[in-house]
Ligand binder design. Structure first.
Ligand code: PGA
Length: 255
């Protein structure tokens, strides 16, 4: 049985002060939820403050990206050990905004996954097709390539803690979410590939979460689909009440 996983990706929103206010309120709203892994991903500048505000709660903190080297002359970059030192325990890797706006590739995703593990962070790896690719019937081929190249040399025992976020690019920030059937189809495909490439047991343990215009109103229909183990939430996670509602509605969704 996989524990549902729900993460809020704040993107480039919220100052340190706004983060602390949010986390203090949020931890109280979700304090009784012990059957969902709950994660917030603020910007780098607010990671430490978020981790402090979430201390001794069931809320964990994630960074939104990392560099694959531990240190070096890489102006503007942040490494896994630096992120871990803030108290964050997870890191989002390969978000479609990083892929389309900042040149992220499956090869860099792959290096970042290795760096995350080496630095003691759990990767949340984003994959997903564009609208063009879906319309050309390339969805499964794109997902296969992103998994094969992105997760190259990931060991089977590393697959269990790792989280895969299936985020169809056409559904991110557009208000147009995948239908529950579309999500189920893609998640089933991803699980099948993980089984083929990593073995049945690790594939069974890996959480595959859905992302793209998730809201309190649609989470239940998505999270009750087979192989949908939670959500990566952008816009709706900025609102503390909406996000706590999403977390709460993800509980026992597979039962
Ligand atoms: P959205 O973003 O929920 O605003 O569509 C999801 C994401 O980018 O992770």
């Amino acid at each position: 049985m996989r524990t549902p996983f729900v993460a809020g990706n704040w993107k480039m929103f919220k100052t340190v002060a706004e983060t602390v206010k949010y986390v203090k309120e949020f931890r109280n709203l979700v304090t009784n939820i012990d059957d969902v892994e709950i994660v917030l991903a603020p910007p780098f500048t607010a990671l430490h403050a978020a981790a402090e505000a979430a201390r001794n709660s069931n809320v964990c903190i994630a960074a939104q990206d990392l560099h694959w080297e531990r240190e070096g002359a890489f102006t503007g970059e942040v490494s896994a050990p630096m992120i871990a030192e803030t108290g964050a325990e997870y890191v989002i890797i390969g978000h479609s905004e990083r892929r389309t706006l900042f040149g992220e590739t499956d090869a860099s995703v792959n290096r970042k996954i290795a760096a995350a593990f080496a630095g003691g962070l759990t990767p949340i790896v984003c994959i997903g097709e564009t609208l063009d690719q879906r319309e050309r019937n390339e969805t499964f081929a794109v997902l296969d390539r992103q998994i094969r190249d992105g997760l190259d040399r990931v060991r089977s025992d590393q697959l269990a803690p790792l989280v895969i976020a299936y985020e169809p690019v056409w559904a991110i920030g557009t208000g147009r979410n995948a239908t529950p059937a579309q999500a189920a189809e893609a998640h089933g495909h991803i699980r099948k590939r993980l089984q083929q490439w990593f073995g049945a047991e690790p594939a069974e343990l890996c959480r595959i979460v859905y992302g793209g215009s998730v809201k309190p109103e649609n989470i239940r229909d998505l999270a009750t689909q087979p192989h949908v183990d939670g959500a990566l939430v952008g816009g709706a996670s900025l609102d503390v009440k909406a996000f706590s509602e999403i977390v709460s509605r993800s509980r026992n969704a597979q039962v």
